[in-house]
Design a protein around this ligand. Structure first.
Ligand code: PEP
Ligand code: MN
Length: 351
């Protein structure tokens, strides 16, 4: 059955009591959200930027939530944050991407949460390391917290990209496989870094069966004290949400199901063929490796590699497949071939 996504929204940072209340009231007026967010302590990459309003903001946040009848959530990064958030009756905590990258910090938070029954959301670490994300969830789980959600906010990268944080969708998809019972919330604001990208990223998240969205909103985004480019007005949020298509997670129609079954069988067959072809290819790579060893020839011959890329690009173009896609696959295959031949060349005579 189609499932309405869980929506978290609110400003990147709590700035003033008025800003929080005005934003929250507009959020409620323009539609329905499930939880109000605001950062109280802001982890900034560089110094001399607004680092959050601090402790006083916790009370504003809770009062605002009460005024509009919504649970509230904020980021915690150390024991003190946890204690103050609990003291101010914050309903849900989240652990930010920079904190999740540091197991000492996550463990410190887990220890502070022992014996406390509060929902916790764990963002992915800034670096694309699935195990760090898994480990952080395990640490919180071991502290006795059962209500855990994961937040996918993308990964920083040195390469230039249209995204502020590249989504690398394969990582949250793998997390879903490891923890099928943990809901995943997508954060298109921090992935895109730009308000124009929010809708497309949010739609993709829903099409990947993610369970909710965390989207930053502000009654006056251009004047926001942090992340102004990616924040949107509550009105815009509702426009975006109303345009998102929530698709069926399963196929119910019988005719469609049998059509899909036939096509999927074909895919299964083609995948099997591809694996057999790759196995044949690697056998030949091994044979060539033996010749190279015997005749003391280098593994890589740059001219040959250049020719492969050119030829395969032509074939891809003729077949109507993206050249860039084929190049990516070829690079992975070539890397495996080099590994196989390296092992052969390094083998001692009597091994
Ligand atoms: C935030 O949600 O405002 C935030 C700081 O996010 P992240 O930890 O994903 O950078
Ligand atoms: Mn932000």
């Amino acid at each position: 059955m189609k499932k309405r996504p869980y929506i978290i929204s609110g400003p990147c940072s709590a700035e003033t009591k008025e800003q929080l209340l005005k934003t929250a009231k507009q959020l409620v007026k323009h539609g329905s959200i499930d939880c109000l967010r605001a950062g109280i302590w802001k982890p900034r990459t560089r110094p001399n930027f607004f680092e959050g309003i601090g402790e006083t903001g916790l009370q504003w946040l809770k009062e605002t939530g009460d005024a509009v009848n919504l649970p509230v959530t904020t980021e915690v990064a150390n024991t003190r944050h946890v204690e103050l958030a609990l003291k101010n009756n914050i309903d849900i905590l989240w652990i930010g991407a920079r904190t999740v990258a540091n197991p000492f910090s996550v463990q410190e938070i887990a220890n502070a949460l022992k014996g406390i029954d509060i929902p916790v959301m764990v963002k992915n670490p800034v670096n694309p390391d699935l195990q760090l994300w898994v480990g952080a969830i395990e640490r919180i789980f071991q502290a006795g917290i059962n209500n855990i959600k994961a937040i996918h906010r993308g990964f920083s990268s040195f390469e230039k990209s249209a995204y502020r944080n590249t989504p690398k969708w394969e990582i949250p998809i793998e997390l879903m496989r490891i923890f099928p019972e943990i809901p995943i919330i997508c954060d298109p604001s921090h992935i895109g870094g730009n308000r124009n990208m929010i809708k497309a990223i949010a739609q993709k998240a829903l099409d990947l069966e993610m369970d909710g969205l965390m989207i930053e909103s502000h009654f006056n985004p251009d004047e926001a004290w942090s992340d102004s480019k990616q924040q949107i007005t509550p009105k815009k949020l509702q426009q975006i949400l109303s345009k998102l298509v929530v698709r069926e997670p399963e196929v119910n129609d019988k005719t469609l199901k049998s059509k899909l079954d036939i096509l999927r069988k074909k895919i299964d067959g083609l995948d099997e063929e591809m694996i057999n072809l790759l196995s044949n290819r690697m056998n030949i790579v091994e044979e060539i490796g033996n010749h190279k060893k015997e005749n003391e020839i280098t593994i890589l011959q740059a001219d040959r590699w250049k020719k492969i890329i050119n030829d395969r690009n032509n074939t891809a173009r003729e077949a109507g497949v993206s050249e860039e896609f084929i190049q990516r696959i070829l690079k992975v295959i070539h890397k495996e071939s080099i590994n196989i031949q390296t092992n052969i060349l390094n083998k001692k005579k009597n091994e």
